[in-house]
Design a protein around this ligand. Structure first.
Ligand code: HEC
Length: 129
């Protein structure tokens, strides 16, 4: 009886480890995802506004806001390529909250998003050179 419980516990432990290593691998892929997301949403061809700028001005479409939200949520779930996880998650959470505000048409959300999407503040801490 006791022996059976031990075997079961052992199996559960092995399964947990497998899940853990699978998520670590995913986090490594996520770094690349951040770069792709930045290029798509924070940068724009010359003469056009990047999506993040449109969002600050309340001009982003529902699809664009949904894309921003998904991107920040994905970033929040990954380790930053540089710097500490704590401040990184704080920045990502501020971005998520601001985009949700924009989706809810909260009048103060544009200002909150503008503050949260501070390129330099985040890059200097978290973007590898
Ligand atoms: C919350 C953090 C954060 C904010 C805010 C942020 N970035 Fe980034 N950005 C990153 C990180 C981290 C990388 C590096 C990704 C990598 O190398 O894996 C990056 C990479 C980039 C890249 C692509 C790679 C490169 O070296 O040029 C561009 C372009 C970019 N960001 C533009 C911007 C712009 C423009 C803004 C402001 C409107 C901005 N980002 C705001 C975190 C942020």
């Amino acid at each position: 009886m006791h022996r059976k419980i031990l075997v079961l516990a052992g199996a559960a432990f092995v399964a947990a480890c497998a899940v853990f290593s699978a998520t670590s691998l995913k986090a490594a892929d996520g770094d690349k995802a951040t770069e792709e997301f930045m290029k798509k949403y924070h940068k724009a061809p010359k003469g056009t506004d990047p999506i993040c700028k449109k969002a600050v001005g309340g001009m982003a479409s529902a699809e664009e806001l949904a894309g921003l939200l998904a991107g920040y949520q994905a970033m929040c779930g990954t380790k930053p390529p540089k710097g500490d996880v704590g401040p990184w998650q704080e920045k990502c959470k501020a971005l998520i909250a601001a985009v949700k505000g924009l989706q809810a048409k909260d009048a103060t959300a544009g200002e909150a998003y503008k503050k949260a999407v501070n390129c330099k503040a985040c890059h200097s801490e978290h973007k590898p050179d």
